[in-house]
Each structure stands twice: as structure tokens, then as C-alpha cells.
Write a protein that binds this ligand. Structure first.
Ligand code: GDD
Ligand code: MN
Length: 392
């Protein structure tokens, strides 16, 4: 499934939204909602959003009763999202986030494996800080796991290794189900939301996000049973493979666009050099052969003609724009002229400053001036004359 998250404005005043996916958690859900409420500081308006997949054990009904019970609380509210069928932990989290009001989102399990007293710590790490994602980690020095079999520990460790090496993840616990983030960082991201590992997908797709890990001890559930089935490992490998492909596609795209940028800049400079010869030829021709002009006039004619030939060469060759609609082309030519004059001014100004103030030799100052002015022209024409993105 694909999701595109829209950030909404607060409508119930909650700053923090805690997403709790449930499937057959009737023995845990009320206790955990209660415990969360008790662990919240009073100055942190919070909503808990339970995303239940129509659990046959009546989890939804219990939550509905609880909502009535606490409806007078000012700083803590509970919502329930009931989905029709069991559709997986990751997509439950995404559906919960879509319906959330808080700017800060916390994701946690309902079975007390994730201690509610960690919530204020995690939120505090995010508020007024540079961090975008806070992960409660089992694998930091002071973290741990209680009550898991050796086999389950080994599978978890192996999964973590695969993620770290295959997806170049540097965090210690990318498979954690307990994490918090600023909602704005996932704006516009499309999630595959396969299986369990929604945090892993978030880490891959929010490139550049600042991440902080804090240690905690995961305590295996006392009541109810794990919903991790035998298909989980297959789902996990599928998810990692998809994310791996995603990473490669992004790399490829970046590589292609920087290669295109360099190649266009090179063409632009080549055209510029050709303009120099056109300018030179026309100026000579007009002085002697054609019109017997005064050399200043001849030079102006040379400059004008070279700007026009530069324009058409850049339009056709550099920017591959084959649309010769008269009005459009004249507008483009006008802009090109404008930027060329601006480039000329920059060049003269730079040469003047470099020779006068910095004592550079004229030939060197000239080369620098030409290169800088041409680069400026390239960017301006790319962006405004030919309406391309600057870095593509
Ligand atoms: N809505 C919904 N739909 N909820 C689900 C589903 C589902 O398909 N599957 C599981 N849940 C809920 C459970 O009810 C519970 O609240 C939470 O998600 C975690 O499920 P568990 O079945 O208790 O998972 P676990 O304890 O084996 O795995 C935990 O540890 C992993 C780290 O190794 C979870 O925290 C994982 O998220 C975590 O990656
Ligand atoms: Mn569990």
C-alpha cells in the first residue's frame, strides 16, 4: 500500500500523538492506556490512537468504554481506529499517523514491552532539539532484552545486521518498534508499509534526518501472545529488498542528475567559446569588408550577433529545447540578452576588483572573471530562460 501523509493542524490541542497498533490485546490495552496516562506530565497534551484490526477478542469495545471513562481529562485523550481486517503492524502505524493531530508522534506496542515511562524522555529529546527521530534502543550499552528465547534474540540480531550492512544504517536498533519523530519529517514520503519494520523504512526514506537513540530494556509480554508469525521473516526480507532497490534508485537518480548538470555546463562553456570566435569574426568583417564601420559599432554588431548565435546553440544543444514558438523564443532571447549583459557587468566588475584591489595579473583576473560570469549566466539561464531545475 502507498501512503502520502498530509500534515494537519491540531484540532484537539494534542501536541503528542501516541500510536498503538493492536490485535487481540484485550488483556493489555486498558492497562497500557492507563499506564500511559499516569506517566504523562500535565503540561504535555497527548492523544493515544489505538489502531485495532477488528480483533475478535473485543479490543475495540474495551477502548470505546475507556474513551467514555476518561472523556473529562484535559490533557489526555484516546481515539480508536477500527480497521476491517488484520493488515499488518506497519500499515496500522501509518493509518494512525494519518489521523493524528500532534506535531510529535510516538509509536509503541500495547503489551508493556515498551515501558510507558520512556515516553516523556523520548518526547523531551525531540522538543526544542535538532533531532527528528528518537529511537528507544535495546542494543545500546544500557539497553537490553528480557524474556526472549535465544532463537528469537538471534533472529533479531541477524535482521539488524542485514539492515545495517544492506541498507547502510548506522543506528544500533533500526528494528525497534518503539520510537518517536517530528511528524513534519515524513511529509510527502510514500511508505510501502510491508510487515513490521516501519522504523527501518522511515530511516531509509528520511535521508538527512537527525537521529538520537536512547537505551531501554525490552520486556517480553506477560500476557497474550506475539503476533509475529512465520511469514514475518519473509516479509522482512521483502521489505529490506524493496528498500535496497529504493536506495539504489535514489543513488542512480542523483548520479544521473549531477552528470547531466556537468554535461550541460560543459556545453554552455563550449557555446560561450564559440561566441568568442563569432564575435571576433563579425567585428573584423564589419570594420573592413561589409560596411566599413567604426570599430566600436563593428564590435557592438559582433557582440550582438554572438549573443544571438549563443542563444540558439544553447537552446538547441545545451538545453535541448526544440520548441520554436515565436513568442516563447523571443521572450527567451530577451532574457538571454539580459543575463548576458549582466554577465558582462559582473565580468568587468570582477576583473577590475581583482586587479585593482587584489593585485592579480590581468590575464588571470580575466580568466576568473569569464569563468565566474559564465557560470552565473549558466545558472540564471538554466533556471529562468529555459525553466529547468538548477540541480538537474
Ligand atoms: N493493528 C494491528 N495489526 N496491530 C498489530 C498487528 C496487525 O497486523 N500485528 C501486531 N500488532 C500489534 C500487537 O497487538 C502489539 O501491540 C504490537 O503490534 C506488537 O506486536 P507483537 O506481536 O507483540 O510483536 P513482538 O513483541 O513480537 O515484536 C516487537 O519487537 C520487535 C523488535 O524485534 C514489536 O515491537 C516490533 O514492532 C518490533 O520490531
Ligand atoms: Mn510484543
Amino acid at each position: 500500500m502507498e501512503n502520502n501523509l498530509e500534515i494537519k493542524t491540531d484540532d484537539n490541542g494534542a501536541q503528542v500523538s501516541i500510536i498503538i497498533p493492536t490485535y487481540n490485546e484485550s488483556e493489555n490495552i486498558i492497562k497500557i492506556l492507563d499506564s500511559i496516562g499516569k506517566n504523562l506530565p500535565s503540561n504535555m497534551p497527548t492523544e493515544a490512537i489505538v489502531v485495532d484490526d477488528n480483533s475478535p477478542d473485543g479490543t475495540t469495545g474495551l477502548v470505546e468504554d475507556y474513551i467514555k471513562k476518561i472523556k473529562d481529562s484535559v490533557s489526555y485523550s484516546v481515539k480508536i481506529i477500527q480497521r476491517k481486517t488484520k493488515s499488518g503492524l506497519s500499515s496500522a502505524v501509518i493509518n494512525g499517523v494519518e489521523k493524528s493531530n500532534g506535531k510529535t508522534v510516538v509509536v509503541m506496542d500495547s503489551d508493556f514491552s515498551h515501558p510507558p515511562n520512556m515516553i516523556p524522555k523520548m518526547v523531551n529529546e525531540l522538543t526544542n532539539s535538532e533531532y527528528d527521530i528518537v529511537i528507544a534502543s535495546r542494543y545500546l550499552k544500557d539497553g537490553g532484552i528480557e524474556g526472549w528465547t535465544r532463537k528469537r534474540k538471534m533472529i533479531s540480531k541477524a535482521g539488524t545486521k542485514i539492515a545495517k550492512s544492506g541498507l547502510k544504517i548506522s543506528e544500533t536498533d533500526p528494528m525497534s518498534g518503539f520510537f518517536a519523530f517530528k511528524k513534519e519529517i515524513i511529509k510527502g514520503i510514500k511508505f510501502d508499509a510491508i510487515g513490521y519494520k516501519i522504523l527501518l523504512e522511515m530511516l531509509v526514506k528520511t535521508k538527512g534526518a537527525k537521529i538520537k537513540e536512547i537505551p531501554y530494556t525490552f520486556v517480553n509480554r506477560q500476557v497474550g501472545s506475539s503476533k509475529l508469525g512465520s511469514s514475518t521473516i519473509v516479509d522482512y526480507l521483502k521489505a529490506v529488498w524493496k528498500l535496497y532497490r529504493y536506495g539504489k534508485a535514489v543513488e542512480q537518480k542523483e548520479h544521473n542528475s549531477s552528470a547531466r548538470f556537468v554535461s550541460k555546463a560543459a556545453r554552455f562553456y563550449t557555446v560561450g567559446a564559440s561566441g568568442f570566435f563569432v564575435n571576433y569574426l563579425i567585428s573584423l568583417l564589419f570594420v573592413d569588408v561589409v560596411a566599413n564601420l567604426w570599430y566600436v559599432q563593428a564590435n557592438i554588431a559582433g557582440i550582438t550577433v554572438s549573443i544571438i548565435t549563443n542563444f540558439f546553440l544553447n537552446k538547441i544543444w545545451t538545453f535541448e529545447d526544440r520548441d520554436f514558438n515565436a513568442k516563447k523564443t523571443v521572450t527567451q532571447l530577451g532574457k538571454f540578452f539580459g543575463f548576458s549583459s549582466l554577465g558582462g557587468l559582473i565580468q568587468v566588475g570582477m576583473v577590475f576588483a581583482l586587479t585593482e584591489s587584489y593585485g592579480l595579473d590581468y590575464p588571470i583576473a580575466l580568466i576568473l572573471g569569464v569563468l565566474v560570469a559564465a557560470f552565473g549566466n549558466f545558472i540564471l539561464n538554466k533556471r529562468f530562460t529555459f525553466k529547468e531545475k538548477v540541480w538537474e
